[in-house]
Design a protein. Structure first.
Ligand code: ATP
Length: 225
């Protein structure tokens, strides 16, 4: 029998953070497929606050938030959480997860969704080992980051966490609030925000790589000139 989120008291809350500059189908497909495999009740999209080292001139956090809202608008599974942008200062995922844990209560499974590239860099995140106290981590494929080579690409500390926390069992994710890692094959879409920005700047159309509503917003606000 499949899991029916409507019938369970503690359907997972998936949390998906990113710069979303702009949000694209690589993000949305990952969120949809992970939500389906976990039978998550909601995917919370959390656009990152001020990332001083990578903000694109001309694209404000408010605009990244607006694009995220447009992309999420027609999917009842997706909600947009603007807390990192509202803070206006750089914030850390561990702090966002601590807040979400406080709001969700101690028992509900929280699952942080990440692409393979983000996961392989996890050990550089602020207080990264505490992430597992607040949430599970679900890792998705990303072209260029073959799953077979992940173990060797991980720094030792991360590999230790990977080996002790990895599970293939959705029930163990749904049955506890936090602390496991799950890896999933998702449709590999070789789309990146960087390439979309470069295409737009070169006068090429990024159409079909991201939702039309986001593309219209980019055009009418003359983003990525
Ligand atoms: P940029 O090119 O500006 O670095 P990006 O396209 O990598 O942006 P981010 O907002 O930095 O997007 O990514 C947020 C999250 O989405 C990260 O966990 C990243 O691994 C994941 N992600 C982004 N694009 C894809 C993709 N095409 N397939 C799988 N995961 C992706």
């Amino acid at each position: 029998m499949g899991y029916n989120p409507a019938m369970t008291e503690h359907a997972p809350l998936a949390v998906f953070g990113g710069t979303f500059d702009p949000i694209h189908y690589g993000h949305l497909r990952l969120a949809q497929e992970m939500a389906d495999s976990l039978a998550a009740a909601e995917v919370r999209l959390v656009p990152a606050g001020v990332p001083p080292h990578r903000a694109t001139p001309g694209v404000s956090p408010a605009m990244r938030l607006a694009m995220t809202r447009l992309a999420a608008a027609d999917n009842p599974l997706f909600t947009v959480d603007d807390r990192e942008i509202r803070k206006g200062t750089p914030c850390y995922t561990v702090e966002t997860l601590a807040e979400l844990r406080a709001e969700a209560g101690p028992r509900r499974p929280l699952v942080l969704l990440v692409g393979a590239d983000a996961f392989l860099g996890l050990a550089s995140w602020h207080r990264w080992q505490e992430l597992f106290a607040f949430a599970h981590v679900a890792v998705a494929q990303r072209p260029g980051f073959a799953m077979e080579s992940w173990a060797t690409a991980m720094p030792l500390e991360l590999r230790e966490e990977w080996e002790s926390r990895l599970t293939d069992d959705i029930a163990s994710i749904r049955g506890q609030p936090a602390g496991r890692i799950i890896a999933r094959e998702t449709t590999r879409l070789d789309i990146s925000a960087t390439r979309i920005r470069l295409m737009a700047a070169a006068g090429k159309s990024p159409r079909y790589l991201l939702p039309d509503a986001v593309l219209d917003y980019i055009r009418s606000n003359h983003l990525y000139p």
